[in-house]
Design a binder for this molecule. Structure first.
Ligand code: FAD
Ligand code: NAI
Length: 476
């Protein structure tokens, strides 16, 4: 007889594994199925985020930043580093170890929470019966199980450029971009989005000459314009060659290089030859092997599993979360949806607030934001007040030697409610949490301006930006 579960989660990325744990905490019998394999063919739960996304990219960003600092930034602190050299195999090994620690951590959490883990690919085997949905799981698990409730959390894959399929040797997705064996002399990056800027930064810091080719005429269009302008200036100064408004015409692979033919923003024909080419032009939802058609699971016109605001699909008892559904492709968004769905299955009122999902780009300086940008408020005709504070005037930033950037507050002109907070600067990824909390509690800019912030700390720049709304900064 098939094993029977109250809840089966397909995919153990940040959406799936968190949904499974929360469902188990709520007293359900839970299984989580994941197909990802490590290099030995064993299970590697954690999905894109853990294996080829958030975690390994941040490990390499950290290592490459240490290398760059040791190269010149330490000197200003009075630390002379002699005989500096790069041990790339060790850097990659460390990154792989960090990934493994996270894979193992998830397996431990499954055990701790009594979630049954199956390693293999799950497919819908047919319509629901009285026992729920029958699911088949491929090798190595080779099982058939029944699920009263199914949570689809199958994630996303890198989108390839037509005519330039990924081979992960010369034309790289995020997967290949995290395992380059030798620092390329010339690295091409198509797409100046989050991956392009993060991975471009890693390889630039390690010595590559990096050329970024972006299709849109604006840099980081989703980011507040003032912040994006500052970022473009800083990244260009660091050495990233950012070309906006290009049109890629042809990508041709040679034996050891890739030639990209493109028109620049003026429409002039250009040719560039790269040792490696990263293509980071967005991601597509992954429903491969799920046999969605067998049960009539509806997809939308872009291939995402169609869901309502509560992550319900068109099938009773089938939910979908994370990158495989609409909304930002972020690990913490997937996690929030996972918790909310588990709670809804338990009859509770799980909730995901899309207005307060923070975004972070882990470049140096980091870029982080929550809520609306100034250009969106203008387009929506909202009356707002803006306040900015530069890190140059923050004591902690000066002590760190990290003074580039600013904090920017946007608040409603009449109620003073915070509508958006935008940061470019040191530890922006951590600083943004204060803004998220404030917006969740519908705080005003004045609330932040009147809260005591530790001195010296970067968070004082947040308080000062809130004070700047009413032109009462104290340190600028
Ligand atoms: P995924 O993490 O993609 O997991 C899906 C899992 O389902 C995979 O393990 C897959 O093998 C498995 N699966 C698929 N189909 C089946 C099936 N039929 N049966 C069994 N298993 C199946 N987000 C952030 O918030 N912060 C970051 O810093 C960040 N950095 C990133 C860096 C890079 C380079 C990339 C590519 C992404 C990054 N992201 C980041 C995005 C983040 O990785 C995703 O938003 C997140 O992983 C989505 O989680 P998920 O659970 O929906 O899917
Ligand atoms: P992206 O959507 O961030 O950026 C893609 C860029 O490629 C865009 O600027 C787009 O205009 C450009 N583009 C698209 N087609 C093009 C073409 N034919 N020629 C030239 N440019 C083209 O996508 P990216 O960087 O691939 O990342 C995918 C997703 O992964 C992100 O949107 C994000 O959700 C997630 N991610 C999150 C991270 C984080 O939170 N720090 C880090 C990395 C990825």
């Amino acid at each position: 007889m098939s094993k029977q579960f109250d809840v089966v989660v397909i995919g153990a990325g940040p959406g799936g594994y968190i949904a499974a744990i929360r469902a188990a905490q709520l007293g359900f019998s839970v299984a989580c199925v994941d197909a990802w394999e490590n290099e030995k063919g064993g299970p590697a739960p954690g999905g894109t985020c853990t294996n080829v996304g958030c975690i390994p990219s941040k490990a390499l960003l950290q290592s490459s930043e240490h290398y760059e600092h040791a190269g010149h930034a330490f000197k200003e602190h009075g630390i002379d580093v002699a005989g500096l050299s790069l041990n790339l195999p060790q850097m990659i090994k460390r990154k792989d170890n960090v990934v493994k620690q996270n894979n193992d951590g998830i397996l431990f959490l499954f055990k701790k929470n009594k979630v049954t883990f199956f390693h293999g690919r799950a497919s819908f085997a047919g319509a629901a019966t009285a026992d729920g949905y029958p699911l088949t799981i491929s090798a190595p698990a080779n099982e058939t199980i029944n699920a009263k409730q199914v949570i689809v959390a199958t994630g996303s894959n890198a989108r390839a450029l037509p005519g330039a399929e990924f081979d992960e040797q010369l034309i790289l997705s995020n997967t290949g971009a995290l395992t380059i064996g030798d620092v390329p002399k010339q690295l091409g990056v198509i797409g100046a989005g989050v991956i392009g800027l993060e991975m471009g930064s890693v390889w630039r810091r390690l010595g590559a000459e990096v050329t970024v080719l972006e299709g849109l005429p604006t840099f980081l269009g989703a980011v507040d314009e003032q912040i994006a302008k500052e970022a473009n200036k800083l990244f260009t100064k660091q050495g990233l060659k950012i070309n906006l408004g290009v049109k890629i015409n042809k990508v041709t692979k040679g034996d050891n290089n890739v030639t990209v033919e493109f028109d620049n923003a003026k429409g002039e024909a250009n040719t560039a030859v790269f040792d490696k080419l990263i293509v980071s032009i967005g991601r597509t939802p992954n429903t491969d092997g799920l046999a969605a058609d067998k049960v009539g699971l509806a997809l939308d016109e872009r291939g995402f599993v169609a869901v309502d605001g509560d992550c319900k699909t068109n099938l009773p008892g089938v939910w979908a979360i994370g990158d495989v559904v609409r909304g930002p492709m972020l690990a913490h968004k997937a996690e929030e949806e996972g918790v909310a769905v588990a709670e809804r299955i338990a009859g509770q009122h799980g909730h995901t607030n899309f207005n307060t999902i923070p975004w972070v780009i882990y470049t140096s300086p980091e870029i982080a934001w929550v809520g609306k940008t100034e250009q969106t408020l203008k387009a929506e005709g909202v009356a707002y007040k803006a306040g900015t504070f530069p890190f140059l005037a923050n004591g902690r930033a000066r002590a760190l030697g990290d003074t580039a950037g600013m904090v920017k507050f946007l608040a409603d002109a009449s109620t003073d409610e915070i509508l958006g907070v935008h940061i470019i600067g040191p530890m922006a990824s951590e600083l943004i949490s204060e803004a998220v909390v404030a917006m969740e509690f519908k705080a005003s800019a004045e609330d932040i301006a009147r809260i005591c912030h530790a001195h010296p700390s970067l968070s004082e720049a947040t308080k000062e930006a809130a004070l700047a709304i009413d032109k009462r900064t104290l340190n600028f």
